[in-house]
Ligand binder design. Structure first.
Ligand SMILES: Cc1cc2nc3c(=O)[nH]c(=O)nc-3n(C[C@H](O)[C@H](O)[C@H](O)COP(=O)(O)O)c2cc1C
Length: 348
């Protein structure tokens, strides 16, 4: 038997649940609420390392007043970096100072960048664990060989926000990746399943497929602690039903504010909005940008009215009906997973 992943994160409850490091959305409020509820709270970073540092300061002081010890070698909080966007030396400086328990790396221009970052993060904070998020089976094996990460986050095509394209659903991706990693000599690298999980049934499915835990983004967009620049974002999330129809993966969303900053090989899943429909209808990118620029100057930041701004969300969005405290979301998912597994077992 391999040691349980919980050994490394002793404050966590079973099954292991983490909020995704959603840059601009997952700050210290969300991350600390998830950690305090027995999950792994992640703070997401893009380019602004000062902001990340501030959020880690905040998280440290919130956790200091909780039952959790912040004096162990690492802080019981994760940080996520978008590798293509951040500078490795700036990220390393923040990591060295705050020593997060987990560093999650996503979206490099090339897989070799994961190796460079892993090395730099190990030097900056030797006791921090490295998780790497990828979207394919071959990529999982390649990254295992290149970096020996502490866990691999397998991101299914249903995932909200950005991911490698094309992709597969969790039910095929996770088992195939598990088998491929075992065959390639990496049975001890745990898989964390991500993408489209919005309730306990989804968590149960990921575990049944061989994941040792789950990472969830969209579900926390309906939390009280998520950082949102306008209420209309959350209203749109709660309104959306039939997630496979109401969301779509595309690159056009990244082109709306100007030239896309994303490297080749990535797109993002967001709610189908007026910009997307216009694009499908043949409206040119320049005109879409003009309409987008007008819309985002309003108080709803383009998330209300015609909805021209990108509202990143996964296909699990249709299951979200109300805003809850992040800790309650973790608790409900945990209980729901047990009920789903019991029900499934009773059918055998
Ligand atoms: C609003 C939003 C923002 C995201 N931003 C990031 C990010 O900054 N870095 C990252 O690694 N992943 C990001 N993701 C993707 C998540 O890491 C994760 O793969 C995804 O949320 C899982 O699918 P789900 O949204 O269906 O739960 C984002 C996802 C969402 C919904």
């Amino acid at each position: 038997m391999l040691p349980s992943i919980h050994t490394h994160y002793p404050w966590t409850c079973r099954p292991l649940m983490a909020n995704a490091p959603m840059a601009d959305f997952a700050g210290s409020r969300l991350a600390t609420a998830v950690t305090i509820a027995g999950g792994v709270g992640f703070i997401g970073a893009a380019v602004d390392m000062e902001l990340l540092s501030m959020q880690l300061e905040e998280a440290t002081s919130v956790l200091a007043t909780s039952h959790l010890s912040t004096t162990r070698p690492t802080l019981p909080i994760g940080v996520g970096f978008l590798v293509f966007a951040a500078k490795v030396e700036d990220a390393a400086a923040v990591v060295a100072h705050h020593r997060p328990a987990i560093i999650l790396l996503s979206c490099p221009p090339a897989p070799q960048d994961f190796a460079l970052w892993t090395k730099a993060m190990h030097v900056a904070s030797p006791k921090s664990h490295i998780w790497i998020q990828i979207a394919g089976v071959a990529a999982a094996v390649e990254v295992a060989q290149l970096c020996s990460p502490d866990a691999l986050v397998l991101q299914a095509a249903d995932a909200g926000g950005h991911g490698g394209l094309p992709g597969a659903g969790l039910v095929s991706l996770v088992p195939e990746a598990r088998s491929a990693l075992d065959t390639a000599g990496f049975p001890d690298i745990p898989i964390i399943g991500a993408g489209g999980i919005s309730d306990g049934r989804g968590v149960a499915a990921a575990l049944a497929c061989g994941a040792e835990g789950v990472l969830l983004g969209t579900v926390f967009l309906a939390s009280r602690e998520v950082d949102l620049s306008a209420n209309e974002y959350q209203e749109a999330i709660l309104e959306a039903v039939d997630g496979g129809i109401s969301t779509v993966r595309a690159t056009i969303f990244d082109q709306l504010p100007g030239e896309s900053i994303w490297p080749a090989g990535y797109d993002g899943r967001a709610l189908v909005n007026t910009s997307y429909k216009d694009y499908q209808g043949g409206v040119g990118v320049e005109e879409l940008r003009r309409r987008h620029a007008d819309a985002v100057t309003g108080p709803d930041k383009g998330f209300g009215g015609e909805r021209r701004a990108a509202i990143w969300a996964g296909s699990g969005v249709g299951l979200l009906k109300e805003v809850k405290a992040a800790g309650d979301i973790v608790q409900v998912l945990r209980e729901g997973c047990k009920v789903a597994l019991d029900r499934a077992y009773s059918r055998l």
